[in-house]
Design a protein around this ligand. Structure first.
Ligand SMILES: O=C(O)C(=O)C[C@]1(C(=O)O)C=C[C@@H](O)C=C1
Length: 100
């Protein structure tokens, strides 16, 4: 296989790399924010998950995805994947709080 990458492919990959970097930064900011939420919930004795809030988020993101031309099923799966990890962090924060 040739080592030379066509200019158009290299340019598209450059854009993909920039978008992936933005996604990582956005996710890092989101997790910093949910870490604050985890501490607030632990302080107030609130449960780690909030199914009502999640239902609202799913409804909103599915609509946004449809408008943006993104598969809403994928958007929902992506959100669920993130929220599952957030809940795991919230549980660990609450457990840590109880053992302090
Ligand atoms: O909003 C909250 O209550 C959160 O804990 C944040 C978050 C989220 O990551 O968006 C995570 C868990 C909840 O079930 C709902 C939403």
């Amino acid at each position: 296989m040739s080592e030379t990458i066509p200019a158009e492919l290299a340019s598209a990959r450059g854009t993909i790399d920039n978008i992936d970097a933005a996604l990582i930064h956005l996710l890092a900011e989101r997790f910093k924010c949910t870490q604050r939420v985890g501490h607030i919930k632990a302080d107030l004795g609130l449960p780690p998950s909030d199914p009502g809030r999640e239902a609202e988020q799913i409804r909103r993101l599915r609509a946004l995805a449809e408008d943006a031309g993104l598969d809403p099923v994928f958007a929902e799966k992506f959100l669920s994947f993130i929220v599952e990890e957030v809940i795991r962090h919230h549980v660990a924060t609450a457990e840590q709080r109880q053992s302090d």
